[in-house]
Design a protein around this ligand. Structure first.
Ligand SMILES: Cc1cc2nc3c(=O)[nH]c(=O)nc-3n(C[C@H](O)[C@H](O)[C@H](O)COP(=O)(O)O)c2cc1C
Length: 199
């Protein structure tokens, strides 16, 4: 899907987990390809693939990778994917993914690729307010930051809640344009930190 427009990064890897915010993933993928990344590969967890069809996601990016048994057809594995990415984003990040990574677990393609990533991973969590306020979740977020990862905090806005089946003020991913601004700031921060570390 490589375009000729100016972008921030060449190769973006997006890990997608099983959060309701996946319903907006197509909008984010279009926005990311319009202004942020030339090539986009997506890893979907089993939970994500149950909420949004991987064949729909495949229409909107360069490649979709799923948890699959080894087959005769060669597919890029976790190490190749991790090394390929200039920027590695988890969007949306479920409570489960935050917990798995904070505890050093790597039981599927997404968490294994995060484990193999030579660069910090940027998590964009989407949890309801009660989940977000849990001590375990906040502890996991602190651990991720201590381990060098980055988190784009959710924002308060009205949105559909699966639990109640209604629209309520809740925590959501920042709008695509706002999220991309956050990403640009974080990448600048990572760049400045790595320059400082080399000195
Ligand atoms: C319809 C639906 C919506 C969900 N939304 C969320 C959510 O917004 N955030 C979250 O952390 N978990 C959510 N879950 C729960 C996760 O899908 C579940 O914890 C799953 O194990 C996550 O797996 P994964 O992290 O491997 O994708 C939702 C589940 C369903 C069925």
């Amino acid at each position: 899907m490589s375009g000729s427009h100016a972008t921030v990064t060449d190769r973006l890897l997006v890990g997608v987990s099983g959060s309701i915010a996946i319903l907006n993933l197509p909008t984010y993928l279009v926005a990311l390809q319009a202004t942020f990344a030339k090539e986009v590969r997506v890893i979907m967890t089993v939970g994500a693939a149950q909420l949004l069809s991987p064949s729909t996601v495949a229409l909107l990016c360069d490649e979709v990778l799923l948890d699959e048994k080894p087959t005769a057809q060669k597919k890029p594995g976790h190490v190749e994917l991790a090394n390929w990415a200039d920027v590695f984003l988890v969007l949306p990040a479920s409570a489960n993914i935050l917990g798995q990574v904070a505890n050093g677990l790597a039981q599927n393609l997404l968490t294994t690729t995060i484990m193999a990533s030579p660069k910090p991973v940027i998590f964009c969590p989407n949890l309801n307010r009660t989940m977000w306020s849990k001590k375990a979740v906040q502890r996991n977020l602190r651990t991720l930051a201590e381990d060098g990862h980055l988190v784009v905090e959710p924002e308060q806005a009205p949105a559909y809640e699966v639990g109640t089946g209604g629209v309520a003020d809740t925590l959501v991913l920042p709008e695509p344009a706002v999220l991309i601004r956050h990403l640009e700031n974080l990448l600048q921060q990572i760049g400045e930190d790595s320059v400082a570390a080399e000195k």
